[in-house]
Ligand binder design. Structure first.
Ligand code: ATP
Ligand code: MG
Length: 576
């Protein structure tokens, strides 16, 4: 008890259950290290407990974010974690959000959901309490737990079912004011990434079920990242999903007459290409989709893939899916694998930009076991609309500078900012009175940042074989003092002196007072990633010295210093 009152941070007293081995279900380095270093424990799929070390880190990240949000005029609030269904019906998201939304009923059978994000709740607050242009603009933010029944929870706290998000919402009189503030938030997010020490990139992205026009994602570059990013030296970058694709023209060549070819049981581009000894680029692939209940024929070049987000946006459809066998047969007159644009009737046809440039193309013949060759756009077939509906592919040219080839990278999305405009104020009828007393819809921006995901992403970018290497401003403890024999009087005296001097200047200091072998203490100090270590050994104390080592330096780069020197060195590093 007395130790708690004295407030010494002793390793032996804190719950830091480090592990030698990684748990078998940890599937990414950050998850392995977080569990091994005793930061988190798994309760069930996608549900984690934060232990003292983990929570200290989370709170430090939270504070970096809080400072930036306050600096751009944000006001911190706290919304409930449970929302009534009615609000979500108003915006249509009760159905749009689908199965990721955790739904529940109260004892009176009224329906609710657990917050996956809070646009509806905050809009309800604003429509009730903001009536005049004089109250705008305003930015409100919170640190709130979010719940999402992810289809595949994985990578520890990176994609969990319950996580901490900083969500911010800004409200404006018009688009121009929102655009201006969006830029300010863009810069605040950039500052946060810089302060967390990230190697990152900012990409244009799709807004998904959130709605709105343009959005940007803040991506931490990491080989383990789940998101494909394309970028170009000219400054263009986008998620693979959003990346624009240019039209690819083929070299001019003589157009040949259409020919039917017998391709028994060959139903894939790959098989037919092999059979005809042609490259897939010479093919026009035809897939039948169902969009808003109607069949649509979608054409891409044989080596390209359809980007369903682009297609769905183009068709203004709530939902699109591939048609079943029966529908394909009734639309094309052939089984799956033999569809083509030639002679296709009574169906809306969408062609990707690059399809029109494929000369003397091969496609299905809309007849079982047959393909056709030498078909040409406009001469032999047409489309109702030609647009960019494909996924970006290796070798594609940058859509911005139209010169260089795009580079492909992997990233972890930590933040996403959206220009929502009136996506929520219109259905929820959130209006304000302008200076002339006229009613207008409130214009909105929203800004999400995954606090728990930032912790994991930091570890992905900053670790070695021995464990985590925390940046100085996020570390759970900035300094660890390792007395090799805490029972020794002199050792204890120096340890406590160094501890008191550093902690009285505001640093978080941990004393490894455990009766363990030095090797184990050093291993744990490296594993939990404390940036600076002071080792106190009797043999060095004989000369009045302690050992100083920075976590990021190699194992043998230790310095022997007088305790006062070690203290002043650390204070200098932290600018205290
Ligand atoms: P993702 O594409 O990774 O599923 P999202 O587009 O669904 O992310 P947003 O709705 O924009 O994410 O949420 C804002 C932020 O919340 C994300 O940038 C991310 O940092 C974090 N986040 C989202 N889902 C999770 C999750 N399942 N676990 C941890 N953090 C998450
Ligand atoms: Mg998601």
């Amino acid at each position: 008890m007395s130790d708690i009152i004295e407030n010494f941070m002793f390793f032996s007293k804190l719950l830091i259950p480090t592990l030698r081995e990684s748990p078998s279900d940890a599937d990414i380095v950050s998850a392995k290290l977080m569990v091994r270093s005793g930061m988190i424990r798994k309760l069930a799929s996608g549900l984690y407990e934060f232990l003292p070390l983990g929570l200290k880190v989370l709170r430090k990240v939270e504070n970096i974010i809080r400072c930036e949000m306050n600096a751009v005029g944000g006001q911190e609030i706290a919304l409930p974690l449970i929302f009534p269904k009615d609000l979500w019906i108003e915006t249509g998201r009760w159905s749009i959000y689908g199965r990721e939304l955790f739904r529940l009923k109260d004892r009176k059978n009224a329906e609710f959901c657990l917050a996956p994000t809070s646009e509806e709740a905050i809009m309800d607050l604003i429509r009730k309490d903001v009536k005049s242009y004089k109250q705008l603009p305003i930015m409100l933010y919170q640190f709130g737990t979010k719940f999402r029944d992810e289809i595949r929870p994985r990578f520890g706290i990176m994609r969990s079912r319950e996580f901490l998000m900083k969500d911010a919402y800004s409200f404006h009189t018009d688009e121009a004011d929102m655009e201006k503030y969006y830029q300010i938030m863009f810069e605040a997010y950039t500052n946060i990434c810089v302060k967390c020490g990230f190697k990152f990139c900012i990409v244009e992205s799709s807004s998904g079920q959130m709605g709105g026009s343009l959005s940007h994602e803040f991506m931490i570059l990491a080989d383990n990242g789940e998101t494909e990013i394309v970028s170009c030296e000219c400054g263009y970058s986008a998620t693979g999903e959003k990346a624009e694709c240019l039209q690819i023209e083929n070299c001019k060549q003589e157009l040949h007459a259409v020919e039917e070819i017998f391709t028994p049981s060959l139903a894939t581009v790959k098989d037919v290409a092999k059979f005809l000894n042609l490259s897939p680029e010479k093919f026009v692939k035809t897939l039948i989709y169902i969009a808003n209940g109607n069949p649509v024929a979608v054409l891409t070049r044989g080596d390209h893939e359809i980007n369903e987000t682009k297609l769905q946006t183009l068709l203004s459809a709530n939902e699109i899916k591939l048609a079943d066998e029966q529908t394909v047969a009734s639309v094309t007159g052939a089984p799956i694998g033999f569809a083509g644009p030639l002679g296709l009737k009574n169906v809306y046809i969408v062609a990707d930009l690059s399809v029109t440039g494929v000369l003397n193309a091969v496609s299905g013949a809309n007849k079982k076991d047959y393909h056709v060759k030498n078909i040409n756009y406009k001469r032999d077939y047409d489309a109702d609309v030609v647009a960019d509906i494909r996924k970006v592919a290796y070798g594609d040219i940058c859509p911005r500078c139209r010169e260089r080839k795009l580079k492909f990278l992997k990233g972890i999305e930590v933040g996403h900012i959206f220009k929502l405009s009136t996506r929520y104020s219109k259905p929820m009828n959130a209006v304000y009175l302008d200076s002339s007393g006229k009613e207008n819809f409130i214009v909105m921006g929203c800004y999400g940042l995954g606090v728990t995901r930032i912790v994991a992403a930091t570890i992905e970018q900053s670790h070695d074989d021995n464990g985590i290497i925390w940046p100085d401003n996020i570390a759970p403890f900035e300094v660890i003092i390792v007395p090799l024999n805490y029972a020794d009087e002199k050792t204890k005296e120096v340890t406590e002196k160094v501890y008191k001097e550093l902690s009285s200047r505001g640093l978080d200091v941990l004393i490894d007072d455990r009766d363990e072998r030095p090797g184990i203490k050093f291993k744990d100090a490296d594993l939990i990633g404390v940036p600076y270590r002071i080792t106190i050994a009797e043999r060095n104390l004989a000369d009045g010295n302690v050992e100083f080592k920075a976590r990021k330096d190699s194992r043998d780069s230790v310095e022997l210093l007088k305790p006062e020197k070690a203290i002043s060195k650390i204070l200098k590093i932290f600018n205290i």
